[in-house]
Design a protein around this ligand. Structure first.
Ligand code: SF4
Length: 425
């Protein structure tokens, strides 16, 4: 029988194998006292296991393979990193195996209840968006809720790692780092890449120098974004171009590639022109924004910080070339909330992690708990399966689950998957 190595690992790790009357392939009694600690790096699969073989209690490592012969195929025979292996756990023992000093390593064939394999195969072969969707109702709500909390922490830790990389690139300057993270999230997925490039091409300190002049701020942002039309006679465009030409020369700026910006299938409110105009208004409206955010615990006050009005030109435009019906282009409540979810909460969490400040970490989590659930395709899909979310805290957890587990079929690493795979009736 061909049993995937990943399932053998899982069965070993969770001690789901038959534990009575275990023997080595030579018939010596085996008692698994401790399966050891799973190792995801190079080297044996489990460290510091404790196994009684015959009358001797061994402490050392365990290696797992579907067939014994994989020991030689993977060149463990002459690899000293495997010399401390005390037991080779396999599905089929087809050859004897040895350490680099020539001593033989005991082997044991793993035997476990058949439903575990059936459950695993069912999940792996499912062609659904969420492979366990036919069985998720079997999983108690308390398990799913506890898993959501762990997933949210995992998501924030992943974002923290990316923020720390950026912080390093920005010489530990939190305002500069916040500026880049915020710009990226102003791209709302479709234009995140060019928005981040725009921010990286235009140092925050240059914008800060001109923050009292909306014409110069827009000139710098639209000019660097390469979104100023070349042949327009519109007085606003001409004024922006004149400012940009002067400032670009003064600061030695190089515009990014303008063709990266996407408008296709975007609602006009989400056009990069509108988002850049809103970003410009925010720059003008607030200085040292991240420092202010760190000092704020109140959600309404945080929302108010992002409520700023782009200049009048944008009331009748969604792009430079075409006039439209008059409408203010302040960000909607939903848009501000998305920025709070994707920028403010992760930045506060990362800052708290760096400064070891539990109160700020609590604020980051509390923001997510207070914000309403996000509306997107992933959340809608979970809702249809009966997995609901009452806050952004929970929707973020469900997004993490879908993207980092379901899409990668990492069901053996998922607490819902564990309940399903380990089920034996
Ligand atoms: S990863 Fe978890 S939630 Fe996703 S399909 Fe697998 S078992 Fe279900």
């Amino acid at each position: 029988m061909n049993i995937p190595e990943a399932l053998l690992h899982y069965v070993w790790q969770h001690k789901l194998f038959y534990i009575n009357n275990l023997t080595t392939t030579d018939g010596v009694p085996v008692e698994v006292v401790d399966t050891g600690k799973s190792n995801t790096d190079a080297g044996p699969d489990f460290f510091n296991a404790k196994i009684r073989i015959g009358s001797t209690l061994w402490a050392g490592n365990v290696e797992i393979h579907t067939r014994s012969s994989e020991w030689n195929k993977h060149k463990h025979l002459n690899n000293k990193a495997y010399d401390n292996v005390i037991l080779h756990v396999v599905c089929q023992a087809d050859v004897d195996i040895f350490r680099s000093d020539g001593t033989e390593i005991p082997q044991m064939a793993l035997s476990f209840p058949a439903p575990i394999l059936q459950n695993y195969r069912e999940l792996l072969s499912a062609k659904k968006q969420i492979p366990c969707e036919n069985r998720i109702k079997e999983v108690p709500e308390i398990i799913i809720n506890l898993w959501k909390t762990a997933l949210l922490t995992e998501r924030l830790q992943q974002k923290t790692a990316a923020i720390f990389d950026l912080l390093f690139q920005n010489n530990n300057n939190w305002e500069d780092t916040f500026y880049v993270v915020l710009a990226r999230n102003f791209g709302f997925g479709t234009n995140s890449e060019p928005f981040e490039q725009l921010a990286k091409s235009l140092p925050h300190k240059i914008l800060a120098t001109h923050k009292n002049n909306i014409l110069q701020i827009e000139a710098l942002l639209f000019g660097q974004a390469n979104l100023l039309p070349t042949d327009s006679a519109d007085p606003r465009v001409l004024a922006l171009k004149k400012e940009y030409d002067f400032l670009a020369k003064k600061y030695g700026l190089q515009a990014i590639e303008g063709s990266q910006w996407k408008l296709l299938r975007l609602r006009p409110d989400n056009f990069p022109y509108v988002r850049i105009a809103q970003f410009a208004a925010l720059v003008v409206h607030s200085s040292k924004l991240f420092s202010k955010i760190v000092e704020t615990t109140d959600l309404a006050a945080l929302r108010a910080m992002f409520d700023c009005k782009p200049c009048e030109f944008w009331e009748t435009h969604y792009r430079f070339e075409h006039q439209s019906k008059r409408k203010t282009k302040n960000m909607s409540r939903q848009t501000v909330d998305i920025l709070l979810i994707n920028t403010v909460a992760p930045m506060l969490f990362a800052y708290a992690e760096k400064k070891k400040n539990a109160a700020i970490k609590e604020t980051a989590l509390s923001i997510l708990e207070q914000l309403p659930p996000e509306k997107n395709a992933i959340v809608t899909y979970w809702n249809a399966l009966g997995i609901n979310a009452t806050s952004a805290f929970e929707t973020q957890a469900l997004i993490q689950l879908k993207k980092n587990y379901c899409d990668l079929k990492k069901c053996l690493h998922c607490r819902i998957g564990h309940k399903i795979v380990a089920k034996q009736q």
